[in-house]
Design a protein around this ligand. Structure first.
Ligand code: SAM
Length: 287
C-alpha cells in the first residue's frame, strides 16, 4: 500500500475545468465533511450497482479517499481498490486515512486517470464528483471502460446544479444569492453544471448500456445540522475564484458568519436547506 507515481502521464490536451473548489487543507477537510453528508447516498448506490466482496475496483478522482474507504469495506480484504487522483498532495491525506482505518486493500496512484497505464481487469469503475470537471466526459468513459472486463460495472455519481436553481424562493434571499453566486463560479470555471442529468447521455454516447439512475439530496433544518457549516465551508473554498472572476468579494460573502445566517434564514422562512442534489448512474457491460 502507498501512493505510487504514474507509469505514464502524458500532457493533457483537453481543457478541463479549473478545479473550482481550489486546493488547500480547508478544501480537503470540506471534502471529508461533504462525504459524511452524502455517505448514505453513496452506500445505497454501491449496494444497488452490485459492488460486492472480492471485487477489484477503480476509484476515479479519489480526493481525500472517502469513496475508496467505503469501497474497501464493500469489497472486503479479499478485494482490492485502486484510487487515482491528479493531485498527489491530496492522496497523502487519503493514504494516511486508509492506514489509520487499517485497510491494506487500497492503493493510491497519482496521475490523470485518462492517461495512466492501469490494469484491464477491473470488476467495477466508480467515480464521485469527478466527471463534472472533465472537458469531455464521454471520451473519459470510453477510455475508462477499456480497463473493465466483460460484465464489469460502471458507476458514477455527480451533482446536478442546474436543477438546484428550483430551490430559489422569495422567502430565502440569502440562499437565493448563494445559489446564484455558486452556479456562476462553477459555470465560469468550465465545470458541467448539469453533469447529473447528463450522466444518461454520457453513458449512451460512450457506447454503454442505458444506466439505472437515482436522484438524491441531503436536506435539513434543525439547529446544529452539519449541512449549514458544510455549505459555508464550500463558499470558503470558492472565494478565491469568486474574487478572481469578479463575482463577489470575501467581505460580501462574510464566511465567518455565513453558517449562522443560513440557519437563521431557515428558522424564519421555515424552508429547510437543500444541499446540491446528486444523481447516481450505473450499468453493467454485457458478458
Ligand atoms: C470534488 S473531488 C471528489 C473527491 C472524491 N471522489 C469524493 O467524492 O470525495 C474531485 C477530485 O477529482 C480529481 N480529478 C479531477 N480530474 C481528474 C482526472 N482527470 N484524473 C484523476 N483525478 C481527477 C481532483 O483532483 C479532485 O481531487
Amino acid at each position: 500500500m502507498g501512493v505510487s507515481t504514474p507509469k505514464i502521464l502524458m500532457s493533457n490536451q483537453n481543457r478541463d475545468a479549473e478545479y473550482t473548489m481550489g486546493r488547500s487543507e480547508e478544501e480537503t477537510q470540506r471534502l471529508i465533511e461533504q462525504s459524511q453528508l452524502y455517505d448514505d447516498v453513496t452506500r445505497r448506490f454501491f449496494l444497488r450497482s452490485g459492488i460486492a466482496k472480492g471485487m477489484k475496483v477503480l476509484d476515479v478522482g479519489s480526493g481525500a479517499g472517502d469513496v475508496a474507504l467505503t469501497l474497501a469495506e464493500f469489497v472486503g480484504p479479499e478485494g482490492k481498490v485502486i484510487g487515482v487522483d491528479v493531485n498527489p498532495d491530496i492522496l497523502k491525506t487519503a493514504q494516511d486515512r486508509a492506514e489509520a482505518a487499517g485497510f491494506s486493500n487500497i492503493e493510491f496512484i497519482a496521475g490523470d486517470v485518462r492517461t495512466l497505464e492501469l490494469p484491464n481487469d477491473f470488476d467495477a469503475i466508480v467515480g464521485r464528483l469527478v466527471l463534472l470537471y472533465m472537458a469531455d466526459p464521454v471520451e473519459a468513459l470510453k477510455q475508462l471502460v477499456t480497463h473493465l472486463h466483460s460484465g464489469g460495472i460502471i458507476a458514477f455519481q455527480d451533482t446536478e446544479l442546474e436543477l438546484y436553481r428550483t430551490v430559489i424562493h422569495p422567502d430565502t434571499p440569502l440562499i437565493n444569492q448563494l445559489i446564484e453566486w455558486g452556479l456562476t463560479v462553477f459555470e465560469r470555471s468550465g465545470a458541467h453544471l448539469n453533469m447529473g442529468m447528463e450522466l444518461y447521455r454520457v453513458f449512451v454516447d460512450a457506447g454503454l448500456p442505458e444506466p439505472t439512475l437515482h436522484f438524491e439530496a441531503p436536506m435539513g433544518g434543525p439547529e446544529g445540522w452539519p449541512g449549514f457549516e458544510y455549505l459555508a465551508n464550500s463558499f470558503r473554498s470558492l472565494v478565491p475564484l469568486m474574487e478572481a472572476y469578479g463575482i463577489a468579494t470575501a467581505e460580501e460573502i462574510d464566511i465567518d458568519t455565513l453558517a449562522d445566517r443560513i440557519q437563521a434564514e431557515v428558522t424564519t422562512s421555515k424552508r429547510p436547506l437543500l444541499l446540491p442534489p446528486h444523481i447516481t448512474a450505473y450499468a453493467s457491460l454485457s458478458t
